[in-house]
Write a protein that binds this ligand. Structure first.
Ligand code: AR6
Length: 178
């Protein structure tokens, strides 16, 4: 856990669809904003068909972009959908991944959101090595933190134990250095 100018950045192990105390959860979406697998599949399953309907006119999106919808059946007010880069295909990968986090935080701010939960975007089907992705993700959030207004809590929700440990280690290294 780190605190930067009143913003808490934390890592937890868990399921992105079970973050009941969070106002906006972020979806590691596909360009078409369709259910798919991984995080997107879990989010659409938990939200119900109304989410896919709301998403349809907002698609397609490009790598690094983000859009916002309601939470539907999820315990969250909003879902922010962002498309991560496919590792080895969408370049520059680190900049596109950083844009995902920046654009998601911008939408959260525009909607007066106080708390945001991110999964490890691009590290599943899209093949981004976890430690490299964690450095970009946490580095971007720590860099943005002093500029945030409404957002007071940013939570990284990691599915696996190893991913959780990597994120925790990268966070303490980056926050310690900063
Ligand atoms: N909660 C938190 N993290 C999860 C969950 C969950 N319920 N399920 C998986 N993860 P991915 P991507 C982790 O593949 O790489 C989809 O099919 C997972 O272990 O969901 O950005 C879309 O339709 C991994 O560490 O996202 C797109 O086509 C991380 O979340 C494509 O995959 C991201 O895995 C997006 O690929």
């Amino acid at each position: 856990m780190a605190r930067i100018d009143g913003v808490t950045v934390e890592c937890v192990r868990g399921d992105i669809t079970a973050q009941e105390d969070i106002a906006a959860v972020v979806n590691a979406a596909n360009a078409e904003l369709r259910p798919g697998g991984g995080v997107a599949g879990a989010i659409h399953r938990a939200a119900g068909p109304g989410l896919e309907e709301e998403c349809r006119p907002l698609a397609p999106i490009s790598p690094g972009e983000a859009v916002i919808t309601g939470g539907h059946g999820l315990p969250n007010r909003y879902v922010i959908h962002t498309l991560g880069p496919v590792y080895g295909r969408d370049e520059p990968a680190a900049e596109l991944l950083a844009s995902c986090y920046r654009n998601a935080l911008r939408l959260a701010e525009e909607n007066g959101v106080e708390s945001v939960a991110f999964p490890a975007i691009s590290t599943g089907v899209f093949g981004y090595p976890v430690e490299e992705a964690a450095e970009v993700a946490l580095g971007t959030v720590l860099e943005e933190a002093p500029r945030l207004g409404s957002v007071r809590l940013v939570r990284f929700v990691l599915f696996g134990e190893e991913d959780f440990e990597i994120h925790r280690r990268v966070l303490s290294r980056l926050a310690g250095e900063g």
